[in-house]
Ligand binder design. Structure first.
Ligand code: SAH
Length: 497
């Protein structure tokens, strides 16, 4: 009955898993991005299926009480943040509901312990309005391309596409990131450097990656190129010069930590006060026709080629070296809260044999080492394992060791003595072989840190099943690491039944 280009009036009543509003027009269901439950909007139909359709919002007729002015000028176009128009309180409620619903629907887990946590520490200021956290990301990745009229553009992909939205600033990024982005774009333009075209596979510059240590202030700029050199030595030198001349005097910190996230009552808040300064400039070589951003090879053209940062967990501070290809939590302020929860749940007594699977640069392993007998971290990115080993030495930690390999291969082979296992897999969750091994080895406790409640639910269903060793879910909590997006982090404690 509806067709493409029809104008419809949609009353939005729900939110889909991708953050899109779900509503009805004359009883027919429409998905409308950038709307909030409670909105009544005028929208144009973009696609119609048998029992539902998609529409694009044209005008908000009546705004939901949960609608806010987005804290970012790119909100309506950018695919990075899906919940920009939603108040932070409503975002938190959406995420909490999503976690509970995924565990129930996908995991079949009905009787669950209460789902504690949520949001950032400030949420505990009861009744007060929580400002939406912005400028919380320490890692930025901007695709670089050309507009139809040949201008160099860089920014973000529009939702679910590979068309680049030209951006001057990103509300999730420290302001220094915008300055670097603008300088790099200008440099490419001024020096007539070619940019990569995904379709043809031709052109040099692909992506700009910027990583900032929020505590150290150290910034690493990494340009991903489809070649071995940024044109020639002279151009590379000039690139280094223009970046080093940039004044990054905005203080990452004021935005990301002090104003929004950190708790001024803790000793750590004081630490976020270093001004950002470019410490490394690298070229990452990626000649493959793939949508994987980084290639395997990185060449340092200025500085040390990695950043250092510090994390403070339970008032203990450790220093970390982070190489370009190593994973590091993108919201370090909330990562500290997440780790504190994980350690509270693990409740280590000091003599346990702990395995930290998917350990990255060893952050969790090294904090855990103080409370454990022995810790073994497993990670398949070799640069991250090298970082982890250096990080152990640098922090004087002797009871943590690291193994490079797949968790599902290393743990079944070597993990038979594990008392406690900490799991922190990527979004796709744990491999079935690993879950099977856990059910054979039977560690007393498993702490599962998940960045996708759907795959967590799938894995918990297996771990709680009464074949082999069976686990019981003891505690659950979640924390908001990715404000304005649909993503959140869940921590789950399981004990052996
Ligand atoms: N716990 C770390 C890293 C978590 S991110 C932290 O908090 O910083 C997940 C990590 O798992 C990444 O470093 C990724 O490289 C690694 N990884 C992904 N699949 C893996 C696998 N099958 N085996 C081992 N490591 C894996």
């Amino acid at each position: 009955m509806f067709k493409k280009n029809d104008i419809v009036k949609v009353e939005v009543c729900d939110i889909g898993a991708g953050g899109e509003g779900i509503g009805k027009a004359e009883g027919f269901t429409f998905f409308v991005k950038h709307t909030v439950p409670g909105d009544i909007v005028e929208a144009v139909v973009t696609k119609v299926r048998k029992s539902y359709g998609y529409a694009k919002v044209l005008k908000v007729i009546k705004a939901s009480p949960d609608r806010v002015e987005p804290p970012c000028e790119n909100a309506a176009r950018c695919g990075g943040c899906q919940l920009m128009e939603m108040s932070y309180e409503r975002q938190l409620r959406f995420k909490e509901d999503k976690v509970r619903e995924d565990l129930r629907r996908i995991g079949g887990l009905d009787s669950l312990p209460p789902l504690g946590g949520g949001g950032c520490r400030r949420q505990t200021d009861e009744g007060s309005h929580i400002p939406t956290p912005v400028r919380y990301r320490n890692k930025l990745q901007f695709p670089i391309g050309r507009s139809k009229n040949g201008r160099v553009i860089a920014g973000f992909y529009a939702g679910r596409t590979h068309s680049i939205i030209d951006t001057e600033d990103c509300a999730a990024a420290p302001e220094s990131g915008a300055k670097i982005l603008m300088a790099v774009k200008r440099f490419i333009e001024d020096n007539e450097i070619s940019v990569y075209d995904e379709k043809s596979g031709h052109g040099l510059v692909r992506h700009l990656m910027i990583r900032t240590g929020f505590r150290s202030g150290e910034v690493m700029v990494c340009l991903v190129i489809n070649g071995d050199h940024l044109q020639d030595k002279k151009t590379e030198d000039a690139f280094v010069r223009i970046l080093r001349e940039l004044e990054l005097d905005d203080a990452v910190t004021e935005h990301s930590a002090d104003k929004h996230l950190s708790d001024p009552e803790t000793s750590c808040a004081e630490e976020y006060r270093h001004l950002p300064k470019i410490g490394s400039i690298c070229l990452n070589i990626n000649k493959d026709n793939t949508n994987v951003i980084m290639g395997r090879e990185t060449r340092v053209i200025y500085g040390k080629g990695y950043i250092m940062d510090e994390l403070c967990v339970d008032n203990r501070r450790l220093r970390f070296k982070i190489s370009p290809l190593s994973f590091y939590q993108v919201n370090p302020v909330q990562a500290e809260r997440l780790y504190e929860k994980a350690f509270e749940f693990a409740d280590l007594k000091g003599d346990e044999n702990v395995w930290d699977l998917y350990c990255g640069i060893g952050t969790i392993s090294l904090f855990a080492a103080k409370y454990a007998g022995q810790v073994t971290g497993v990670e398949y990115v070799s640069e991250a394992i090298e970082d982890a080993e250096e990080n152990a030495a640098m922090n004087g930690i002797e009871n943590a060791g690291f193994i490079c390999g797949r968790a599902e291969e290393i743990f079944p082979e070597k993990g038979s003595e594990a008392d406690v296992v900490i799991l922190d897999p990527p979004r796709k969750g744990c491999d079935a072989v690993l879950l099977d091994a856990l059910k054979k080895v039977g560690p007393e406790k498993i702490v599962y840190i998940s960045c996708d409640s759907a795959t967590l639910a799938r894995d918990l269903k297996i771990l709680t099943r009464p074949d082999g060793v069976c686990y019981k879910i003891e505690k659950l909590t979640w924390t908001d690491m990715f404000s304005n997006t649909v993503h959140c982090e869940v921590v789950c404690l399981m004990s052996k039944v």
